[in-house]
Design a protein around this ligand. Structure first.
Ligand SMILES: *Cc1c(COP(=O)(O)O)cnc(C)c1O
Length: 374
């Protein structure tokens, strides 16, 4: 195996889920496994965690099909936007449709009725994200259509998604919609059912990680924590009302080590120069693995318990660190993330967020799953 790999602690993920569940009970938990389980490796995470999840959330139809091919039998909600021509896959693979328009719901209903096959549907209400879904002020028509669907269509859920749930009111800029306002709009939509004296869909859900941490009134019947399940908080100074820890450790090994003379610059663009003789160690990992090029001259790694700065341009397949005069040699283990290097740090070096750090770790990096046997 490659010396560069991502170790994923499944027991930690399980513990994170347990802690989330303890906080939100009796609400159910939808575990978000999109984007290769936020980079952790869905092939290892999904079979392990599915038995403990009430629902699974993915972004795309393909991700849903992949889970079914892995043998996952838990209900799967495809949360992202889809094209009408993808509808047959929902029937074929028992995926739950997020009905984000009346047209889509109508097409699903027609297909269900003509093929006499069943489909589960969650109505997607757009209360302020302006991404997909039917706006709260147009929701009555969607609900009307849903009530008129054939017996083959099971309107199981209704949901919305927050744009800024991780922020306190005081942190919101003028243009930002608060989770409180979005919740009110969602409640208005639920009130339509009450007005008509018809039961609302049995699974109402709104809470992403920020809302799961901050807004118990947003739990309804199910929560959808993504980043929090992976042990990372959606905002640096958010109140940590649920204790979780990251489950990934990105490791590599020194493949080359030499003393560089003053005046010799390291890597493309010669962006870093040694002032005195110093040991430069080469790590076989680069932006082709998802170690951001933007973190050039800003990153750090840990070798034998000590922190060393990343120097020179991060290349596609390798980067260098300045090991000073320390005894750092070929084969020494290197930690790129985890064990004292937080995802927040990598995010800062590259001017991005923790979500992007995790989901960017490329397919070239093997995932090694530990802690899976309970
Ligand atoms: C990705 C996603 C989530 C999870 O978001 P986090 O911020 O990671 O908790 C929840 N709901 C929907 C619809 C999503 O697309």
């Amino acid at each position: 195996m490659r010396p560069t790999y991502l170790q994923v602690n499944l027991a930690q993920l399980r513990q994170n889920l347990d802690h989330i569940r303890a906080k939100v009970a009796p609400a159910k938990v939808l575990v978000v496994l999109k984007a290769n389980a936020y980079g952790h490796g869905v092939d290892g995470v999904a079979p392990f965690i599915a038995p403990y999840a009430d629902y699974i959330g993915v972004a795309t139809v393909e991700e849903g099909i992949h889970l079914r091919e892995l043998g996952i039998q838990t209900p799967i909600l495809v949360m992202g936007g889809i094209l009408r021509e993808q509808l047959p896959d929902f029937f074929e693979h028992d995926l739950t449709l997020a009905a984000s328009s009346i047209d889509l719901l109508t097409a699903a209903d027609q297909l269900a009725e003509s093929t006499r096959r069943r489909i589960k549907v969650h109505l997607k209400i757009d209360t302020g994200m302006e991404r997909i879904g039917v706006r709260e002020y147009e929701a009555e028509a969607l609900i009307e259509k849903s009530l008129a669907c054939s017996q083959f269509v099971n309107i199981e859920g209704i949901f919305t998604h927050f744009a800024n749930s991780e922020l306190e009111d005081a942190q919101l800029k003028k243009t930002m919609v608060s989770a409180a306002v979005q919740l009110e709009r969602f409640q208005e939509v639920l009130y339509i059912y009450e007005k008509r004296s018809v039961p609302h869909p049995s699974i109402r859900h709104t809470a992403n990680s920020g809302a799961t941490l901050r807004l118990p009134q947003s739990y309804f019947d199910m929560v959808r924590p993504g980043v929090l399940f992976y042990g990372v908080y959606p905002e640096r100074d958010i109140e940590r009302t649920i204790e979780v820890r990251p489950a990934m450790t990105w490791k590599s090994k020194v493949v080359f080590s030499k003393i560089t003379k003053p005046g010799r610059a390291v890597s493309y663009g010669s962006l870093w120069q040694a002032e005195a003789e110093t040991r430069i160690a080469t790590i076989p990992c680069g932006y082709g693995d998802g170690y951001f090029r933007r973190s050039t001259n800003q990153g750090r790694v840990i070798i034998k318990g000590k922190s060393y700065p990343q120097v020179g341009r991060v290349c596609m397949d390798q980067f260098m660190v300045n090991a000073g005069m320390d005894d750092v040699g070929v084969g020494d283990e290197v930690t790129l993330l985890g064990n004292g290097i937080a995802p927040e740090e990598l995010a800062d070096w590259a001017g991005t967020n923790e979500y992007e750090v995790m989901t960017s770790i490329s397919a070239r990096v093997p995932r090694v799953f530990v802690g899976g046997v309970q």
